[in-house]
Design a protein around this ligand. Structure first.
Ligand code: ATP
Ligand code: MG
Length: 344
């Protein structure tokens, strides 16, 4: 028997399979272990994952992404209303008051529920798993867990590990204590609205202002240009994680046939994101208080989630605990791998 673990992220999804030999992360038809949480509806077909992501700009009104946090929320919910103005596609109030997504699909206007969107995504992930396993998947294990050898024996002092996951949209921390064959979650804390996308937004705001001043462009009036700017800013953010010098941001034929160019460096970026970086500490404080552990009782800090690659975030976490953080887990795949190990 094999157990499949799926991590459905705000931006990315990962699949892992536990088989007799160990855990493996599964690649999709593009040989990519990461499948974008993206669905593109078109006049003749629908595409999901990598193929859909490439439609984000060309078919912006009908390419749906960033919907995970709408689950279980009413259309009138403050969060939904706040996101609405930033989305390239339309939200629609359903008869039961919840939020739906309005698209043009197979030449018809259609409204899908958030659950239907997630179902499409899961269908795709299930197909990818089946393809890799060469047999149908009947049960999907959506649970969290973790895998490590050489743990203390049951009668010995447990090993306390802090897990920090900062993804595209949210931040969570937990402390778990481990003995061989035993795991106990001691504390958890969240900042449900802090993730990599907040950092992208700061860059986007900066360049919108910069391009308005230098090129007289109103980027926010042009959804396609705004989406392109988001993509370029995310790339720039990632480059800044590896490089502290001035980095260029160039987009050809951006708007009104104008080529735009700008630049940014890590120090500037950290300064304009200071208010976001300040939010890293609160959940860490909270788990320490809940667990009543002292800092020297923490054996390791494991970080996962793409946004933990931002150097200033890593620094803050490591400074808080007064020790280096470890990345023995594959930052992107750990959640799915844990899922595959700990079927509910
Ligand atoms: P969530 O957990 O919030 O549902 P997710 O699981 O889809 O979201 P991840 O795949 O863990 O999110 O992380 C994606 C985020 O990490 C994006 O904001 C991405 O830009 C960011 N990211 C990835 N690599 C880097 C890097 N090298 N430097 C900075 N940020 C990065
Ligand atoms: Mg995630």
């Amino acid at each position: 028997m094999s157990v499949v673990g799926i991590d459905v992220g705000f931006q990315n999804c990962y699949i892992a399979v536990a088989r007799s030999g160990g855990i493996e992360t599964i690649a999709n038809e593009y040989s990519d272990r990461c499948t974008p949480a993206c669905i593109s509806l078109a006049s003749k077909n629908r595409t999901i994952g990598n193929a859909a992501k490439s439609q984000i700009i060309t078919n912006f009104k009908n390419t749906v992404h960033g919907f995970k946090k709408f689950h279980g929320r009413a259309f009138d919910d403050q969060f939904v209303q706040g996101e609405k103005s930033k989305l390239p596609y339309s939200l629609h109030k359903l008869d039961n008051g919840s939020a739906g997504i309005k698209v043009r699909y197979l030449n018809e206007d259609k409204v899908f529920t958030i659950e239907q969107m997630t179902a499409m995504l899961l269908t795709k992930l299930k197909e990818t798993s089946e393809h890799a396993l060469k047999k149908p998947v009947v049960d999907l294990a959506l649970a969290y867990g973790i895998y490590k050898q050489d743990l203390p024996n049951p009668e010995e002092k447990p090993r306390n590990v802090v897990f920090v996951d900062i993804g595209h949209s949210s931040y969570q921390v937990s402390i778990a204590s481990f003995n061989k064959g035993k795991l106990k979650v001691l504390a958890t804390a969240f900042d449900p609205y802090l993730g990599g996308r907040n950092f992208d937004e700061m860059l986007v705001e900066y360049f919108c202002e910069d391009f308005k001043n230098r090129f007289k462009l109103n980027v926010k009036d042009n959804p396609r240009a705004l989406l392109r700017l988001y993509q370029e800013c995310e790339k720039l953010k990632k480059l800044m994680s590896a490089n502290s010098s001035d980095l260029p941001l160039n987009i050809e034929c951006f708007m009104n046939d104008i080529d735009v160019h700008g630049k940014m460096n890590r120090a500037q970026f950290e300064e304009m994101c200071a208010h976001l970086l300040m939010r890293v500490e609160a959940p860490l404080k909270s788990v320490m208080e809940q667990s009543k552990l002292s800092r020297d009782e923490i054996y390791a800090i494991e970080v996962v989630g793409g946004a933990t690659r931002i150097p200033a975030i890593k620094e803050r976490i490591s400074k808080f605990f007064g020790k280096d953080i470890s990345t023995t887990l594959n930052a992107d795949e750990a959640v799915a791998r844990g899922c595959a190990l700990q079927p509910s």
